[in-house]
Design a protein around this ligand. Structure first.
Ligand code: AHR
Length: 334
């Protein structure tokens, strides 16, 4: 599998300018009509992953609000976590001759054919939130989103803080995100990297996908607890699965955050509520409010200046422990 960071770096060498100039030529004026400033309105076709989590709900809202604020005509579709739905949506946007296509790919592989169709139609593509693996980096202009591998590393470092003073072996259960999705692959990779480099006493004794949903987290954690009576730590790839898992931990007669330490990713409102109750010990933030950065990129690309964009537009994020949760909760924006 191609490493995401090396792939993106390799892609940077490809001239996005050439691609975008070609796109602008083939696709000169497909805008719908003048916006409030008198310029032609840009039409953006956006294919969302689904509505699997609180993070996703906040991301969808951010994209819709930012499009409105930017005067961009947004065509939005929800793929219900199915790649075939995303491919159909992208084909429909190509048929409708939108100006720019953006999508958050449910999984990393299997996009080349449809991306080549978009390129042949002269429609530039911007990835948001999640990356793809492709043999042809010219098939998309830029990615607006987080560094998930670094998030995994940050989660391991937060666990070091949570376990400060602990001696002896640490048995870890991992709730993975959607199989084949960039955040699931890379968070596991980043966490594993720190664990293998610095913590011979840590062992992952169970690891399975909960598909980024509460129901998935609850069900898989119940199975973990049945198979293993000695779990010390849960590393959950998102807050929703951690919240589902908390229910199973309580049902098993254990206290989440005490008997089983929990480190999670996202930082959604409900995750902070659980953390303020001491049920989650630490959260690595993954910022879903990508809409404004995405709309800026759409405007730049549509203006034929995509070559000025970095290959990867990263998001700013923080880390939080349970003792900071109550103070941080009122100012959380999602
Ligand atoms: O791609 C981002 C991930 O997708 C979030 O961490 C998770 O909650 C969502 O479903």
């Amino acid at each position: 599998m191609i490493d995401r960071r090396s792939f993106l770096t390799a892609g940077a060498a490809v001239s996005a300018a050439g691609i975008l100039a070609a796109c602008a030529k083939k696709n000169p004026a497909k805008s719908t009509g003048p916006d409030s400033s008198g310029s032609k309105q840009i039409t953006l076709g956006f294919s969302q992953v689904g509505s699997e989590s609180g993070w996703r709900a906040a991301n969808t809202q951010s994209v819709k609000e930012a499009a409105k604020a930017a005067g961009i005509n947004l065509k939005f579709s929800d793929a219900q976590q199915k790649q075939e739905n995303q491919i159909s949506a992208i084909r429909s946007y190509i048929a409708q001759k939108v100006d720019v296509i953006s999508f958050s790919p449910v999984v990393v592989t299997g996009w080349d054919t449809v991306l080549k169709e978009a390129k042949a139609a002269g429609i530039p593509v911007i990835l948001t939130d999640r990356s793809v693996e492709t043999s042809d980096p010219s098939l998309y202009v830029t990615l607006v989103g987080s560094d998930f591998e670094i998030e995994g590393e940050r989660a391991a470092h937060m666990l070091e803080k949570v376990l400060a003073g602990h001696k002896g072996p640490v048995k870890i259960a991992q709730l993975e995100g959607t199989t084949g999705a960039a955040p699931a692959i890379e968070r596991a990779k980043g966490f594993g990297k720190i664990m293998h480099a610095s913590h011979p006493e840590w062992t992952i004794i169970a690891s399975q996908t909960g598909d980024f949903t509460r129901a998935g987290g609850k069900q898989v954690m119940a199975a973990f607890l049945q198979a293993h009576s000695d779990i010390d730590v849960l590393f959950s790839h998102n807050d929703d699965m951690a919240i589902g898992a908390i229910q199973s931990i309580q049902a098993a007669g254990k206290t989440p955050g005490t008997d089983i330490k929990i480190v999670s990713v996202d930082g959604v409102h409900d995750g902070f509520v659980a953390m303020s109750k001491g049920q989650i010990n630490a959260i690595v933030e993954c910022n879903p409010l990508l809409g404004p950065q995405l709309m800026d990129a759409v405007k730049t690309v549509h203006a034929g200046k995509g070559s000025t964009l970095p290959r990867w537009i990263k998001t700013k994020e923080g880390d939080y422990t349970a003792d900071q949760a109550a103070a941080a909760l009122p100012s959380r924006k999602y």
